[in-house]
Design a protein around this ligand. Structure first.
Ligand SMILES: Nc1ncnc2c1ncn2[C@@H]1O[C@H](COP(=O)(O)OP(=O)(O)OP(=O)(O)O)[C@@H](O)[C@H]1O
Ligand SMILES: Nc1ncnc2c1ncn2[C@@H]1O[C@H](COP(=O)(O)OP(=O)(O)OP(=O)(O)O)[C@@H](O)[C@H]1O
Ligand SMILES: [Mg+2]
Ligand SMILES: [Mg+2]
Lengths: 253, 253
């Protein structure tokens, strides 16, 4: 099972949209995906039209519930979800004092039966305790980036945080993908930022660029991933192309 | 002096761009503006090409420095800035235990000489301790909103938080403006969300809609507000129009 955090502390860079859409595209190939909504704002949960207030990630990380109790099966074909849960907002403050506070998600996921090919954790726009929990619990990080200048400057700190987590908590952690999202094809600025990303990240930058497509912004209001909401759209096309690159990584192991 | 927090816990809704651009547009009318960057990610500080690592908001809220020591004058004509400062990221965790932890910014700003017509506090995408400090310290909240569905659902929680701060810490606090940002004029979805905002917020929703304009995304890479970077652009036009509405509010008191 590949375990991947979708992280970027800059707001609105496409983390949630990528979680939902990539899950949908991978599930179309028969791969089984588990999504964990680790953002107290519960947008991923809403993206699948689920109730954000039932038991969820909070109960999971505090050990109050086993994974099986909080997994909502088949929120889309081949995709299961652990909702954020109402209490998750309190977690960042409550858990500050707990011994081993950064390893709570990791311990919880260790109890997971290996029924999935992919586990994605959607993070909030911060590098706080919940995001550190995600980074300590997975082997890989994908970074969705908006191809704009203010988003670019956030990357340094994120890479640094991944480094610290690797050194102190999780030696296997690696940035295995950077995804250019919400790309506006006719903009010179986007092209310049993309070039800068390529120079900086080299092979870590996925070749697939996710273009801006209104269907991706509409899908959550219907509680559906793009691959179901509008399978013929550019948004679905781009995420399928990304999924193929992600799958090709399985070979490089 | 009008004191205004730019708040929205949803990421990437235009808070920082609005802080910089509205400041620039108000300063053009001769009004003096002080900006406080209360986001540890220091994007507003970067927007004016300033060093995010000098003394700044952290020293201000902990009382380690007086306002005069951390204000950087004339980052643009008529606009002064308190940078985020390197330590600000630590503040959310360090200050959790302090007595009166939500009122630290308020106490610091009370020491400010009344040299300004407008004070704007730019918040991070969260409803954590720093944002609560901002809400407890100002009389008004402007909410920049992206005209998209995932952004819309964040508003309920924000309004609730404003309510709690009003009841428990700051009885004068009021949402006096909602600003539709990054508006894509040809999109049906944007128009639908705008309609929903109008129904919900009525007069609180500014008539001016800030349209998407690449110049606004380019300006920060030059360390300039849009009104200086490209005064003839749509982005500058829209923010000037917004500034006129903001100024007209001065009459309603
Ligand atoms: N490629 C795209 N084309 C059009 N709209 C998009 C695209 N990707 C995302 N969006 C829209 O942009 C907004 C921000 O995206 P999203 O919520 O996925 O980002 P995020 O990084 O998860 O944000 P946050 O930091 O708040 O968690 C949402 O309204 C989403 O529907
Ligand atoms: N009207 C606009 N047209 C084009 N680009 C815009 C517009 N407003 C903002 N942007 C760009 O969109 C991105 C997000 O905007 P901004 O950083 O101002 O939002 P924010 O709410 O402050 O984000 P965060 O939640 O991360 O603090 C930035 O790259 C910015 O340059
Ligand atoms: Mg998100
Ligand atoms: Mg900002």
């Amino acid at each position: 099972m590949r375990t991947i955090a979708l992280a970027n502390q800059k707001g609105g860079t496409g983390k949630t949209t990528t979680a939902a859409s990539l899950a949908g595209a991978l599930a179309e190939t028969g791969r089984r995906v588990l999504l964990v909504d680790l953002d107290p704002q519960s947008h991923l949960t809403a993206h699948f039209g689920r109730n954000p207030t039932g038991p969820g990630a909070y109960e999971l990380i505090t050990g109050a519930a086993a994974p099986a109790d909080v997994i909502q099966p088949a929120v889309a074909p081949g995709v299961d979800l652990v909702a954020a849960g109402l209490q998750l907002a309190a977690a960042e403050v409550e858990l500050v004092q707990e011994v081993g506070r950064e390893l709570m998600l990791r311990r919880a996921l260790a109890r997971l039966d290996d029924n999935y090919d992919y586990l994605f954790v959607d993070c909030s726009p911060s590098l706080g305790l919940l995001t550190v929990n995600a980074l300590a619990a997975v082997r890989e990080v994908f970074i969705p980036v908006q191809a704009e200048w203010l988003a670019l400057r956030a990357l340094g700190q994120l890479v640094e945080t991944v480094e610290v987590v690797r050194e102190r908590l999780n030696p296997e952690l690696e940035i295995t993908g950077v995804i250019a999202c919400m790309y506006k094809t006719r903009r010179v600025l986007c092209a310049q930022v993309l070039e800068a990303l390529r120079e900086h990240f080299g092979r870590q930058l996925f070749k697939t660029v996710i273009r801006e497509n209104i269907r991706l912004a509409e899908a959550p209001s219907h509680g559906l991933p793009i691959t179901i909401y509008d399978p013929g759209s550019r948004g679905a096309e781009d995420y399928r192309r990304l999924a193929r690159e992600v799958i090709a990584q399985e070979q490089d192991g």
